[in-house]
Design a protein around this ligand. Structure first.
Ligand code: SF4
Length: 412
């Protein structure tokens, strides 16, 4: 869960005392070898990653650049997490290299994912070599095309993962042993048709996607996930939590209010964030959830959620959804761009709010400004847009009037 430190006071209120007692002896001092050893913590449940034949932990440590990442990795590992996710642009691969140098045996005990941004499938071969050199390993478990759809037209993105060149490249990569599996990640507004086409082509082993636990049953994205599941393509979620309960700056203790609105949280002794993870894992199509955990509390809370996972009832998920919507979510989690269409604007309202989430909740201020600056003038220009119509069209009921003012204040 990528929330910044400023939220920790609220979050600690909801941590389950004693649930992570064995982990409490661990510190984030990367130099202490004991951190990799204790593992007296109960194992985190695993699920099959599609038809790869590999089972992965339901919780995946996202490795966006932050302080003392090697210490974070060690704590995540000691808490039972065995999937680690990085990318060239995260700048965190060198921290894995340090970890592997200090504890070489750990490399084979984790499922390592990295990503890069090729324009054409063939470029993946050279890019993978570069990633391996930076990571200090001779193989990764999964190599993703990063953020598919952002730098390609919809047609080009679909061709990228369905064409002959990709098929041959993916086969060459698997055969080389440099990556066991190949796929792509996407948070693009066009990810539903891209994922659907990839499922039909059946070349990729796994897909990582921006996901919401309250996808509409008949939505294109939900149907695309069904197609993946039928084909045995592994699904990993990302960006599922950030901004859900903190869209507006809370004037009251938002988390207290969420707990009041969703009685099952107290009954099951779950924090709102743990409840959201349980809602996601209730979807059996999902193999694992990638969360950019940046501190001890987040790792412990999420690992505890995974160990205590039990599927939620539909009514419980709906309660969580209503509570999340009531508190002004910031991130558009199941974006297909309908807000911009309803508002009659060329502005990419979903992307603008996503970059604001990076700025406000992921602690990625420079990256948020960079991505905002990379948008075209039309994609940024929401003047004259009918923002109330956009809010009405948005399944997450994003408050664009408030959020876009924040976008202007922080990113423009
Ligand atoms: S309607 Fe909402 S969920 Fe869809 S793109 Fe717009 S902001 Fe995202």
């Amino acid at each position: 869960m990528a929330r910044d430190e400023s939220q920790n006071t609220d979050r600690r209120t909801f941590l389950q005392a004693g649930a992570v007692a064995t982990a409490s002896a661990l510190s984030l001092n990367a130099g202490a070898p004991a951190q990799d050893a204790p593992a007296k913590v109960a194992a985190i449940p695993t699920r099959p990653l599609g038809k790869t034949g590999v089972n992965i932990t339901m919780l995946d440590q996202g490795a966006v650049r932050t302080q003392n990442l090697e210490g974070i990795f060690r704590l995540a590992f000691a808490n039972g997490i065995r999937v680690f996710d990085t990318a060239k642009v995260y700048g965190s691969e060198k921290d894995f290299k340090k970890w592997f140098e200090h504890v070489p045996e750990v490399r084979k005990q984790i499922f390592l994912v990295t990503k890069d941004m090729p324009r054409t499938p063939k470029q993946m071969l050279g890019m993978l070599d570069q990633r391996l050199a930076t990571l200090g390993t001779d193989y990764v478990d999964l190599f993703f095309i990063h953020a598919l759809g952002d730098d390609h037209s919809l047609d080009a993105a679909i061709n990228m993962v369905t064409g002959q060149e990709f098929k041959e490249t993916a086969e060459a990569i698997r055969k080389s042993g440099k990556a066991r599996f190949v796929g792509f990640s996407s948070h693009n507004k066009n990810r539903a048709p891209i994922i659907d086409a990839a499922a039909r082509a059946g070349i990729v082993d796994a897909i990582m996607l921006q996901y919401s636990p309250w996808l509409e049953k008949d939505s294109p994205l939900n149907r695309a996930l069904d197609a993946c599941h039928e084909k045995g393509i592994g699904l990993i979620t990302m960006k599922q939590i950030a901004g859900q309960f903190f869209g507006d700056r809370p004037k009251t203790n938002v988390l207290d209010e969420v707990v009041k609105r969703v009685p099952m949280l107290a009954e099951k002794k779950l924090t709102p964030f743990q409840g959201l993870l349980h809602a996601i894992w209730t979807d059996e199509r999902i193999s694992s959830s990638c969360v950019s955990m940046k501190n001890t509390d987040q790792i412990r809370e999420n690992a505890d959620a995974a160990r205590r996972f039990e599927p939620l009832k539909t009514a419980e998920i709906q309660q969580l959804r209503d509570a999340a919507l009531a508190h002004g979510p910031m991130l558009c989690a199941d974006c297909d761009g309908r807000c911009s269409t309803a508002a009659g604007t060329t502005a990419e309202l979903g992307n603008l709010t996503r970059f604001l989430t990076y700025h406000e909740h992921h602690g990625e201020r420079a990256e948020a400004r960079r991505q905002y600056a990379a948008l075209s003038a039309e994609a940024r220009d929401w003047l004259g847009a009918d923002l109330e119509a956009a809010r009405a069209a948005c399944p997450n009921r994003l408050d664009f009037v408030t959020l876009l003012a924040e976008v202007e204040r922080h990113l423009a």
